[in-house]
Design a binder for this molecule. Sequence first.
Ligand code: FAD
Length: 623
Amino acid sequence: MQYPKHYDVVVIGGGHAGTEAALAAARMGAQTLLLTHNIETLGQMSCNPAIGGIGKSHLVREIDALGGAMALATDKAGIQFRVLNSRKGAAVRATRAQADRILYKAAIRHTLENQPNLDLFQQAADDILVENGRAVAVVTSTGIVFRTETVVLTSGTFLGGVIHIGLENSHGGRAGDQPAIKLADRLRELKLPVGRLKTGTPARIDARSVDFSVMTVQPGDTPLPVMSYMGSTEMHPQQVNCYITHTNARTHDIIRDNLDRSPMFSGKIEGVGPRYCPSIEDKIHRFADKDSHQIFIEPEGLTTHELYPNGISTSLPFDVQLDFIHSMKGLENAHITRPGYAIEYDYFDPQSLKPTLETKSIERLYFAGQINGTTGYEEAGVQGLLAGTNAALVTTNNPDYDTWTPRRDQAYLGVLVDDLITHGTNEPYRMFTSRAEYRLLLREDNADQRLTEIGRKLGLVDDARWQAYQDKMTAIDNESARLKALWATPSNDLGAKLTDTTGEVLSKESTAYDLLKRPQINFSDIASITDSDVANDVGEQIEISVKYAGYIDRQQEDIEQMKRLENTALPVDFDYSAVSGLSNEIVQKLSHVRPATLAQAGRVSGVTPAAVQLLAMTLKKHK
Ligand code: FAD
């Protein structure tokens, strides 16, 4: 049966990529359908219910600056908030929240159900119809045909999913959920470049069987952090503690003695796992000299006793899981509520995608999330937002943009997409601040200044967020101007107050603004001596822009140089073999990646600056 409504965008999959994709497209005015296996699992966190952390909170803030749902849902569901790297520089500071998984899902579902232009439908997508090289419809398991202008596929770990516990395995998309087998077969028929990856999760434990008194308590931060630019601490539910225990020599012996029963070590799993989130058996094998690993015992929610033991993800058989968990302090009598497991799934080589996340081979078909070889809710969410935005741009007649992808100097999203489409990946890709060359400019605190205005033009940012952003910018300008007009001298009142408050003695006059250049003086000192009443986030921006001015200016100069290359497009059908002087190896690599710009060509491994120069000259000749 053909469904009567013709959609602009059909999103397959209601995970983190799919929900942000559907919300973005609908916010932009596209008639959107979110088609997913199960409406009850919208926004479900397959692994630890935690959002943010180093590199990842930067992505969450970018989603938020563009009007997405993840950060606000975290503020409504977060039961422990911390700022990591708080003593280090602004570029690497990162907010992390442990969330109540039920509250998180409820917040996402509420947002989805109240989004105009968005319909939800529960059923498996088994087929994507392609006509004349273009995706035109999605067919469900019961034969319902949804005709559409564009399709965004965000099927996570579900395509051809196989779950492993010890040497036993079964088909599944994640524990308790069906896999997507027919769609996986169909995508293989469409000759999209497919590979296998794997990821894993630890056993869950009943808190009533745990002795917390022998563990180290880890409370959240005070003052309480907030994730969203539109969030507040009043949104947070009750806050709780996490705990820390450790593996020990006995734990390691138990695991080592049973490696032959691990599907990974016995060769049953072919897919490559996440390097930075390895299973405990992997850690013990790779770091054989370490006799202990820290394990965080984190609550899964306020209305459940289930705990997530962070750091012991495993696919060992259940009896081994039970033994090694019981070998740890405080967990001697732990009752396991769910065994840990590993899952293998299909992913697609992201080098086959355009910067918009549209596939190069099938027009109007976009891929986002775990199927592009990434791992993590945040990485998935931000890709979903990008794919949904570009899919919506096909039909919404935006006066400013035909397509949109941020540059590497604008957003971690730009870094992520450029890394994926340029280099591909053969292991699950996660974000780190070290992946960004302009990380002083890409801070979690300034994602709104980098993206909200663009989001407004794209139609992603609503009036309330736009107003709040403008108010904040006005407050920064006004407060900066006020501080630039206030002079402290060795002999005036302000100079005396400064010495009283901070112990700093002035030898010559300075504006209150310039005083922030001194490492010992922070905005709260200046606020107290000048009776400032601006919000903390306003003061923070002024302090960072003064303290890091030199470095920021230098990065801006580098970016201006790079922009010339970023702005030079390379046609998709560019004939690299016709450029005289390029080596065969470089011709092959460029023909495979088909970079969108000269700058991207320069980032393809093995492509030299001289080769980029040759390309630039060839392009000039053909203009
Ligand atoms: P998912 O969250 O997997 O969502 C996919 C959605 O698509 C689901 O709702 C599914 O029902 C739906 N769907 C799929 N196919 C179809 C279809 N044909 N028709 C209709 N609906 C469909 N991340 C980390 O950062 N660290 C970890 O340690 C970690 N461990 C993990 C362990 C396990 C066992 C699993 C399963 C995941 C783990 N992850 C981890 C990954 C994290 O869960 C994903 O990165 C994230 O959920 C990806 O989001 P997504 O939206 O791409 O896909």
